[in-house]
Design a protein around this ligand. Sequence first.
Ligand SMILES: Nc1ncnc2c1ncn2[C@@H]1O[C@H](COP(=O)(O)OP(=O)(O)OP(=O)(O)O)[C@@H](O)[C@H]1O
Length: 242
Amino acid sequence: MRESILSCSQLCSGWGETQVLSDISFKLDAGHVLAILGRNGVGKSTLLSSVVGRTTHKAGTISLAGRMIEKLPVYERAKLGIGFVPQEREIFPSLSVRENLLVAGKKPAREGARLWTLDRVVDLMPRLGERINNGGSQLSGGEQQMLSIGRALMGNPSVLLLDEPMEGLAPVIIEGLIQALHRLRSEGDLAILLVEQHVSLALEFTNRVIVLDRGAIVYDNASAEEKPDQARLEALVGVSEH
Ligand SMILES: Nc1ncnc2c1ncn2[C@@H]1O[C@H](COP(=O)(O)OP(=O)(O)OP(=O)(O)O)[C@@H](O)[C@H]1O
């Protein structure tokens, strides 16, 4: 059986003394999208931060391509293939779009992966090409989100973590991002962990979902042996429109 690119087993983590997540277990394979759903404040961003290495690890394991990473610092995990697009986007406002992308370039952790280049990022998100010489601070929220995704891709990740990428963006921008994410998934070699609050948006990409509530998994369809029950998901998450 093929080994999952990312797996968490009985992960417990939090911030300093405070434990937020308990007993989180899931597996994610290359070419798949796993959506993490849940209301505000249930620990979705904390889960992504735990995979990235920004939280305090309490117990359990995180494995990336067969290697245990839960004790490694952020930069080591990034080098091993974790790409992160945080809710705050974290672009360089004083650098141009081109510079923002070029400084994010990294060698891939895996041999044989198709490399990300400036041209490939612009081909995926043409709007960035139109803004290539603009400063980061001159971009709209949606363009900043695209740039943040582009920066993560330039790091040639094997797992891409996206924290509510569509949140607060205009519908036309959301449409462009949806197309880009569909394309990314169809290219088949990237695994995507997507934090989303909108059930219908998440189900556009994947049947693989987990729902968090108060730091624990309360609905698990990560292996997607069957289609998730949308009505049940919406009742658990409590947000259905976008
Ligand atoms: N950087 C941080 N430092 C300390 N505590 C944090 C930090 N980020 C989140 N928390 C706390 O962790 C808990 C879970 O928050 P988290 O942001 O992970 O939830 P969420 O499900 O992503 O919510 P939202 O949808 O509002 O982003 C909350 O009690 C929050 O206050």
